[in-house]
Design a protein around this ligand. Structure first.
Ligand SMILES: *[C@@H]1O[C@H](CO)[C@@H](O)[C@H](O)[C@H]1NC(C)=O
Ligand SMILES: *[C@@H]1O[C@H](CO)[C@@H](O)[C@H](O)[C@H]1NC(C)=O
Ligand SMILES: *[C@@H]1O[C@H](CO)[C@@H](O)[C@H](O)[C@H]1NC(C)=O
Length: 289
């Protein structure tokens, strides 16, 4: 090959590599573009008077004004969850020693259920600059990084929620401490050496040990990269009863913790049932107490 052509090729390859390297780890919208946060509500298969596909979902993010029906199905890697996880899967960030990741689920894919972990599910992926926290309710999801995007059939029947938030690195230090309270089951993770000083508790969780707790509850106020406020709590029952008022909107829930979106009072806490009502965005929300 002519040396000029080969050096031009090298420059092109270098440029492609640079744009990939400089792309910040972030939640991704339905079109694959970075977004501050998004919420997905996967519709249940059975609705009043009709049987749905079980894979259709509604979508809301920081730039769209209201809930939209997605044109994608949740069991394909198109759409916001797939686009976000692509950074882990096809970007092979799971092989990198310059980023941290953790997949956690009390009911992980393939592996057997083990008692004692927090009833909580999600994904963390970040580097020294920023990253995303995807908190969701889908059983046996997501798949191991080597396997790529797979949506389990067990996640089709019921309604499911997913909340993705983009945070700066410093917020992940708080999130890591909060993880100790949630005590998630990390079924696949990596905390490279360059992070272990900052994130010793996360490294412990990743190794399968349980760090000591200072108390039985924790509330973490987090600020997304664009300054949106999120509150995550890890609870004891009484603590939750006392602390939450019906004017707070509930996004996502588990028996171990949950999410509040404080600035849109649309859904209510259901004290009698000792759980939050995860509100279908299609239905007007009302007090269920
Ligand atoms: C997604 O789920 C629908 C409904 O169950 C099914 O018809 C379709 O083949 C699935 N697609 C993939 C890629 O799994
Ligand atoms: C990180 O990975 C690169 C490439 O795989 C390797 O050359 C480097 O030594 C690694 N650094 C550490 C601290 O492990
Ligand atoms: C899980 O993660 C580790 C470290 O990132 C990786 O080496 C391993 O192959 C992964 N997969 C499984 C199935 O454990």
């Amino acid at each position: 090959m002519d040396t000029r052509l080969s050096s031009r090729l090298q420059i092109i390859i270098l440029c492609v590599c640079c744009t990939e390297c400089s792309t910040d780890i972030s939640c991704r919208n339905e079109a694959g573009e970075p977004v501050d946060w998004f919420i997905i509500y996967k519709l249940p298969r059975y609705k009043i008077g009709e049987v749905g596909s079980g894979v259709d979902y509604m979508y809301l993010d920081s730039s769209v004004g209201s809930w939209q029906m997605s044109k994608y199905m949740v069991n394909t890697s198109q759409g916001a969850i797939g686009n976000t996880l692509k950074q882990l899967y096809t970007g092979q960030a799971y092989k990198s020693n310059s980023s941290v990741y953790a997949l956690y689920n009390d009911g992980p894919p393939i592996l057997d259920y083990i008692k004692g972990y927090g009833h909580t599910k999600g994904v963390l992926l970040f580097d020294h600059s920023q990253g995303f926290w995807l908190s969701h309710s889908i059983p046996h999801f997501p798949s191991f990084p080597e396997r790529g995007y797979l949506y389990p059939s067990s996640g089709k029947v019921n309604g499911q929620t997913a909340l993705c938030m983009t945070y700066d690195y410093d917020q992940f230090l708080s999130i890591a401490k909060h993880m100790v309270y949630l005590y998630p089951r990390f079924y696949n993770c990596s905390v490279p050496a360059a992070f272990t000083l900052d994130l010793s508790q996360l490294a412990q969780l990743c190794e399968g040990s349980k760090p000591r707790l200072a108390s039985d509850r924790n509330v973490e106020h987090l600020s997304s990269i664009k300054g949106e406020q999120f509150v995550s709590f890890a609870k004891s029952e009484h603590f939750v009863d006392a602390e939450l008022t019906p004017s707070m909107a509930i996004l996502q829930t588990s028996t171990r913790g949950g999410w509040l979106r404080l600035w849109v009072p649309t859904c209510w806490w259901s004290p009698g049932r000792d759980q939050f009502t995860s509100c279908p965005p299609t239905a007007p929300c009302r007090n269920t107490s």
